[in-house]
Design a protein around this ligand. Structure first.
Ligand code: PLP
Length: 415
């Protein structure tokens, strides 16, 4: 029999609690901004904070019609292949072959549960702790989380109105930087709304070939273009690339269907990793995605509706900003859902947020997306879910909040 005190301390040590969390999980902290944005869901607040697609554009009627056929076939409720349903991979391969003019077969396609899962799986199978990953600064938070989650070391490169500053990257590579990955949202970047020019993409592809890193071309917004011509994919410029595409912004994010197209060595490793994560992406939603993407003409009509819907919202937002906030600067996004608003240097948008919430409008402060750079006087405005009239009201409230902030007492903590 062990002495009573040993037994007590054993009991204490075996109690389940946060001490059981891994080092990595303990390091992941909740952000002050995220905590503040909980208030964005309060009734009466117009939120320009979320990155959600407009629910009124979800193709519910064709989804309902397809669901009843899909659910009536028991094999669609069965376990499926880790690489994804053959029919969906065939449709995806066909789309890439015709749209991107890149010969693609179903074997080149890996279906994933959202492109977020693609980022997570790529990070898991390529990065050891300390390995370097080039990202834009500011950057999409989900990508930052995926790379940091496995101990990746982020190398931030500025992004401007022509996209990723490839000269700055080139300079760092010349000085000895040897990243494994370079993550890029080439069109209508989240959060800045900017696209990288073809000239820069071409140079980036050359750098990937010269220095032997893999480009992650994550393009969830490219299909939502309303100005200008589609740009060439990086995959048409180099083989050192993995493309991530999703139906989250074009059909519905709740389906959790996306895909990766990339080199065989990567997809083989991703398949093994995905088996441990979720075995496969749900069969039913893959079939739903296949039904909608497979009807090319109906999908084309749906996409042009989406583009005009978002363009109208972008124009309303820009018009209201010109009217109410002439001192704020932005570059017109040619597609996607986000406008990056830059205020005078003296404005800290993180401190402005509680005043904005008081006035009934929410946005995401630029500092939430900053990797190293200084984005404190910028903010991300999403125009995807508010109506044109709500967008005008929201900007009026934002301008009023700015006046409150400049003139008023400190209310940095929300009520
Ligand atoms: C740049 C970027 N990549 C990936 C994702 C994740 O998309 P999915 O819903 O396909 O996981 C998002 C979602 O907002 C995004 O903005």
């Amino acid at each position: 029999m062990p002495p009573a005190d040993t037994k007590a301390s054993n009991t204490e040590n075996t109690g389940a609690g946060p001490h059981l969390l891994s080092q990595q999980s303990r390091q992941a902290t909740s952000s002050a901004i995220r905590d503040l944005l909980v208030h964005a869901r309060r009734p009466g607040i117009i939120s320009l904070a979320g990155g959600l697609p407009s629910a009124e554009l979800f193709p519910t009627a064709p989804l309902i019609a397809a669901a009843s056929t899909i659910l009536s076939q028991p094999q669609n409720l069965q376990y499926g292949l880790t690489e994804g349903e053959f029919r969906l991979r065939e449709i995806v391969a066909e789309i890439h072959t015709t749209q991107d003019r890149l010969a693609t077969t179903p074997d080149n396609v890996q279906i994933v549960s959202g492109s977020q899962q693609a980022l997570d799986l790529i990070a898991r199978v390529t990065l050891d702790p300390g390995d370097e990953v080039v990202v834009s600064d500011p950057e999409y938070l989900g990508a930052i989380g995926a790379f940091r989650g496995v101990g990746g070391r982020l190398v931030p490169i500025p992004i401007d109105s022509h996209g990723l500053d490839v000269d700055a990257l080139d300079e760092q590579l010349r000085r000895g930087l040897r990243p494994k990955l370079c993550y890029l949202v080439p069109e209508f970047h989240n959060p800045t709304g900017q696209s990288t020019t073809v000239a820069r993409l071409t140079r980036l592809a050359t750098l990937a070939d010269r220095y032997g890193f893999l480009i992650i071309e994550d393009n969830p917004y490219g299909a939502l273009r309303f100005d200008g011509e589609p740009v060439r994919t990086i995959a048409s410029m180099t083989e050192n690339v993995v493309q991530c595409r999703t139906i989250s912004k074009t059909i519905a994010p709740g389906l959790r269907v996306a895909w990766m197209i990339g080199p065989g060595w990567l997809l083989d490793a991703v398949r093994v990793a995905k088996q441990s994560v979720d075995l496969h992406t749900p069969t039913i939603t893959q079939h739903l995605a296949g039904a909608l993407l497979g009807d090319a003409e109906a999908h084309r009509i749906h996409m042009s509706r989406l583009a005009s819907h978002y363009m109208e919202r972008r124009d309303s937002l820009m018009g209201a900003l010109d009217e109410h906030m002439p001192a704020a600067q932005f570059v017109s996004p040619a597609g996607g859902m986000f406008l990056w608003l830059t205020m005078p240097e003296s404005v800290d948008t993180g401190r402005l947020l509680p005043f904005a919430l008081e006035r009934g409008v929410a946005f995401v402060p630029g500092s939430a997306f900053a990797v190293r750079g200084n984005a404190h006087h910028s903010m991300r405005l999403s125009y995807s879910t508010a109506t044109p009239s709500e967008l005008r009201t929201a900007v009026g409230r934002l301008a009023a909040a700015l006046t409150d902030w400049v003139d008023g007492p400190d209310i940095s903590s929300p009520r």
